[in-house]
Ligand binder design. Structure first.
Ligand code: NI
Ligand code: MN
Length: 226
């Protein structure tokens, strides 16, 4: 799998020849100016929850590409009603397509649409494809439920965890999360986009390395292979 960081909590994942965009928030992110939202390839959009900083570019991308939106049930009703192709899931469920599987994991957060309508429960996802397993935590606090991932699915080869604090866990809790999921290679996301989630990169990286782990804080546009 190839994972391209598109800023904030947005990722473009290439898996088994398909493109999956996670939580598109590009046009509203001044730090992601280098990303051309109108030329991004997408076969699927995978959404963790309904907050604006995770869905702002869903509709233009889905309209242009015809991509299927994979999300929780309530968000799927919302996008269904607008004429988009959706697959609605719920926590604990797994959906397999095109040699790829996604399992919706527990995330402790909230999930309303920008207009205030109900956005269901937030989720993270474990994605399995190309003989690899990655975990995308979504917006979440540290939670003991993360221990279920290695125990019931298997330890991820790579995990993408929020590290920005304030709205989600910060990097110290993310380091503890990496113990819970038994994964030593962590990509941090959901940092620096807004003043409350600006972090000291060196401190965060040093904290992980003091615990024998690698924290990657990707540059926008950077691709990580797993
Ligand atoms: Ni959120
Ligand atoms: Mn967020």
């Amino acid at each position: 799998m190839k994972i391209k960081y598109l800023g904030h909590a947005c990722l473009q994942i290439e898996a088994n020849g398909k493109f999956i965009i996670v939580d598109p928030f590009i046009s509203g992110n001044p730090l992601a100016k280098s990303i051309d939202v109108d030329s991004l390839k997408a076969d699927y959009l995978l959404l963790t929850h309904a907050h604006g900083d995770h869905i702002a570019d869903v509709e233009p991308i889905a309209k242009r590409t015809g991509a299927t939106i994979i999300c929780n049930a309530e968000m799927s009703y919302y996008y269904d009603a607008k004429g988009f192709k959706t697959v609605g899931m719920n926590t604990g469920g797994k959906f397999s397509f095109d040699g790829i599987s996604v399992k919706a994991t527990i995330a402790f957060h909230s999930s309303s649409f920008p207009d205030g309508s109900y956005g269901g429960n937030p989720n993270g996802y474990v994605i399995e494809a190309d003989g690899k397993r990655i975990y995308i935590a979504g917006d979440t606090s540290l939670t003991r439920e993360m221990k279920l991932i290695p125990d019931t699915i298997g330890a991820p080869d790579l995990a993408i965890l929020p590290v920005g604090d304030h709205f989600t866990m910060g990097y110290e809790d993310a380091c503890t999360a990496s113990n819970f999921i038994r994964c030593n290679r962590i990509v941090g996301y959901h940092f620096d986009t807004f003043p409350p989630i600006a972090i000291d990169h060196q401190k965060a990286i040093d904290h992980f390395s003091a615990h024998g782990k690698v924290l990657i804080l990707p540059k926008i546009g950077e691709t990580i292979e797993v």
